[in-house]
Design a protein. Structure first.
Length: 417
């Protein structure tokens, strides 16, 4: 890192009076420190997506055990959770984007919040018999909201730092998120092969939640011991970076992020509605589809590091590719949606899984290239830090609009033949 960058003091702002060369770990000057910083970014990336995946994995437990299957709370759980999480993320991203300071504190604070939320979830599950169902529902949604705020806080802080450090650090965060996507879906698929149980136990739900506590604590420990916490950034930011300036520089990048997520959130609809003709029963084929998509997503994020890919990823080309990717969606209707395709067979099952792999790969590739390209399009580290909240705002907006767009896809599913 170049020596014009200064240390952030304990208040989360920069102290230019301190001599950065006198502080151990100030500069990522050797390979060991750099590897630790990259590992920390990877771990924080895992911690960003792991909580959401644990909540999804425990959905069946909440609906069947906590809310007794046939109640109104079980019926509205999934939609309410999605709305609460995406809505809170969008609002908090906007709030943080207007407060362009204290980025290093946000990372640690967000990870602490996340661990606390999932400890509280363990307590709620353990004491479920003593808590009335309506109150359990309210408390659960409150914890989902707090989890979303914690994730948003951590993501805002770490992306501000990685925008300054360089594209390699941004990519490490992106790869970490993909790993957090692959592991839970792979475990769910393996469990579907090993057991025929239809219900999740409270013990398995607690294990999900404790795993999030462990992942968040590990990421926090690495963050506190790495040079990232030193805040290698520019002198104290004295001016507010306006959205108009950031949009003029990052228009193609943020629109690529928005459009990519807008289309990507339709994949769970197809994954749960498409049946295998001969390959596997639904209880195993659906988790396999999720796993294949997540493997493709991870592969795309790893592929983004290739020089020839980066050379070809001009922002406007990336935007055009994200728009063209929307034409992949109609192809999903050609497969065995709702088990109604009379031409379904082994070849169509395999082709469907390949299409999921390709759809996931393009998601991971486009998103990673977009975030890796932010820093190079801006002139100062103040702009790069401010771009964290700006890009995350479009990410949250893409997820929110993607959730709404998925209902359009659901509407057309009965028409598939």
């Amino acid at each position: 890192m170049d020596d014009r960058r200064q240390l952030i003091d304990d208040s989360g702002t920069l102290d230019s009076s301190r001599d950065s060369s006198a502080v151990p770990g100030c500069n990522v000057a050797n390979e060991k420190e750099e590897n630790l910083a990259l590992t920390t970014c990877l771990a924080i990336g895992v911690a960003l997506l792991w909580p959401w995946n644990c909540l999804l994995s425990a959905s069946l437990f909440f609906q069947q055990t906590l809310f007794m299957d046939s109640t109104i709370y079980a019926a509205i759980y999934t939609s309410t959770m999605m709305t609460t999480s995406t809505g809170a993320s969008l609002a908090y991203n906007f709030y943080l984007s207007q407060r362009q300071s204290g980025y290093t504190k946000r990372v640690g604070r967000g990870l602490q919040w996340q661990a606390g939320v999932f400890v509280a979830l363990c307590v709620l599950v353990t004491a479920r018999h003593a808590v009335p169902m309506p109150l359990s529902f309210v408390l659960l949604m409150a914890l989902v909201l707090l989890s979303s705020l914690a994730t948003t806080m951590t993501q805002n802080g770490i992306m501000a730092l990685t925008n300054v450090y360089g594209p390699g650090y941004s990519r490490a965060v992106m790869v970490g998120q993909a790993i957090a996507g692959v592991l839970p879906s792979a475990v769910l698929f393996i469990l579907s092969l090993a057991t025929q149980q239809d219900r999740q136990s409270s013990a398995s739900a607690i294990v999900y939640f404790l795993s999030t506590v462990g992942v968040s604590a590990t990421a926090l420990l690495l963050y506190r011991t790495s040079s990232l916490r030193g805040g290698l950034v520019t002198p104290v930011q004295t001016t507010h970076v306006p959205f108009r300036l950031l949009y003029s520089r990052l228009q193609a990048i943020v629109l690529s992020i928005f459009i990519t997520f807008l289309f990507s959130l339709s994949f769970p609809v197809f994954a749960t509605a498409t049946r295998a003709a001969v390959l596997l029963p639904d209880s195993q084929f659906i988790p396999l589809a999720f796993t294949v998509w997540n493997v493709g997503d991870l592969a795309g994020r790893l592929l983004a590091d290739r020089p020839w890919v980066q050379t070809a990823s001009v922002p406007h080309r990336l935007l055009a590719a994200s728009v063209l990717r929307g034409f992949m969606l109609p192809v999903f209707f050609c497969f065995n949606v709702n088990g109604t395709n009379s031409h379904a067979g082994l070849f169509l099952d395999l082709l469907y899984l390949f299409w999921h792999l390709l759809f996931g790969l393009t998601n991971g590739l486009f998103i990673t290239l977009a975030f890796m390209g932010v820093g190079a399009l801006l002139d100062s580290d103040d702009q790069r830090k401010a771009a964290s909240g700006f890009t995350n705002l479009f990410l949250a907006l893409g997820l929110t609009c993607g959730s709404v767009f998925s209902y359009v896809v659901v509407f057309f599913l009965p028409m598939a033949r």
